[in-house]
Design a binder for this molecule. Structure first.
Ligand code: URA
Length: 236
């Protein structure tokens, strides 16, 4: 009998390649631009996994120092609809997943009301991937430092529709500075994609009324318009 017996408990010796986990992409920290003004060119990442691995080591702005976890994405890796928020809050920072706190739970309900599942049908991310201290809005410098990741994420996910939750997301993605109350519910084209500004769910949590014309009522109009556009684009 051969001395070289297969160890039946060492599955790596026999497992087909597809069943083994791919090793996480390795980055030499020296190659990561630590200055937020250094560009990261389009096409740098071949997958959300490599983008997330890079984000996990990112020091491009001051938010890196305060993070528990970097918060990159939730939901489908390829999706017809992307939803972009402002930045992680405390729950997101702890769990490393966008929109898992109270705002996220409300967003989940809003999507479910038009038969969209937040983990299956849409892709969710933020303009910044680390929690701003005290839940303040991210600064223009922080947004600019994180923007290459956002642009790469949009390229990889390739959504036809982008929902921008709140004025910070609208400004962070399109550069438009109008108040959210004025532009919510309006389709706008940005880089060949259809974008709709919507209220941030945190704003809806502060406004309980469901009366006609209230923020919650307006959100209900907007999400139905999104569902109709989604169906139209799918040819349903
Ligand atoms: N608010 C956001 O804008 N993003 C999150 O991920 C959570 C709350």
């Amino acid at each position: 009998m051969s001395e070289e017996q297969i160890n039946l408990f060492d599955l790596s010796a026999v497992a087909p390649a597809a069943l083994t986990e791919p090793p996480p992409p390795q980055f030499d920290p020296a190659t990561i631009p630590t200055d937020g003004r250094v560009p990261i060119p389009q096409g740098t990442y071949d997958s959300l996994a490599s983008l997330a691995a890079h984000c996990g080591q990112c020091q491009r702005c001051g938010l890196a120092a305060g993070r528990t976890q970097v918060v990159v994405s939730r939901g489908a890796p390829k999706a017809a609809i992307a939803i972009i928020g402002e930045g992680p809050g405390q729950s997101e920072d702890e769990q490393g997943i966008p929109f898992v706190g109270k705002s996220g739970q409300l967003l989940e309900k809003i999507l479910a009301s038009v038969r969209l599942d937040m983990d299956r049908d849409v892709h969710v991310c933020n303009v910044v991937r680390c929690r701003p201290p005290g839940n303040r809005a991210p600064t223009p410098e922080e947004i600019a430092a994180c923007r290459p990741y956002l642009m790469e994420q949009i390229r990889l996910v390739d959504p036809k529709i982008i929902l921008l939750t709140g004025a910070t997301a609208v400004k962070g993605v399109t550069g438009r500075k109008e108040g959210i109350t004025k532009i919510r519910g309006q389709w706008m084209e940005w880089e060949g994609r259809l974008c709709m500004p919507i209220f941030h769910p945190a704003y809806l949590l502060r406004n309980a009324s469901r009366e006609k014309g209230s923020p919650k009522w307006l959100m209900w109009q907007d999400i139905q318009a999104v569902r109709a556009k989604f169906d139209e684009l799918q040819g349903a």
